[in-house]
Unconditional design. Structure first.
Length: 149
């Protein structure tokens, strides 16, 4: 099972690297938390990775991947559990509620949600993150355009 996990993680990293010209992983720091987020077409995932995470590959589907890390002084930041709520709104005001699910892989924790996209659609993402020790939600916003070819 361990080689499968390493293979899946490597495939996700390769898919993200290949998506860099169109989609780049982004991160924001909020006090002791670092939030990493990326939205990409599901066709950029390998079939094995999509199957392993139960993600439907289609040119009209995309996914949002969020990771929440907590800084640990001089130690590397560690993944933490959180409640992640995401909404995407296109330029005409149509909202897409993105159902996020938690995926644990070894010591990593990912929050993944899928949604539909159309060619050249621009989406404004609003992500709200509530950690166990947060008094207020952490809000992340970004805009991205998708190309369906």
């Amino acid at each position: 099972m361990r080689p499968l996990i390493v293979s899946v993680i490597a495939s996700v990293l390769v898919a993200l690297a290949m998506a860099a010209p169109v989609t780049a992983e982004q991160s924001s720091e909020f006090g002791e938390y670092v939030i990493h987020y990326v939205a990409l077409p599901t066709t950029q995932l390998s079939r094995d990775v999509a199957r392993a995470y139960n993600i439907k590959r289609s040119k009209s589907r995309a996914m949002l991947n969020v990771t929440v890390l907590k800084k640990q002084g001089d130690e590397p930041a560690k993944p933490v559990t959180a409640e992640v709520v995401a909404i995407a709104t296109n330029l005409t005001g149509q909202r897409k509620n993105i159902t996020m699910r938690t995926v644990g892989d070894g010591g990593a924790i990912y929050y993944i949600g899928e949604f539909t996209v159309t060619h050249r659609e621009v989406l404004d993402f609003d992500i709200q993150i509530i950690t166990a020790d947060s008094e207020e939600p952490i809000g992340v916003e970004f805009r991205q355009q998708f190309y369906v070819l």
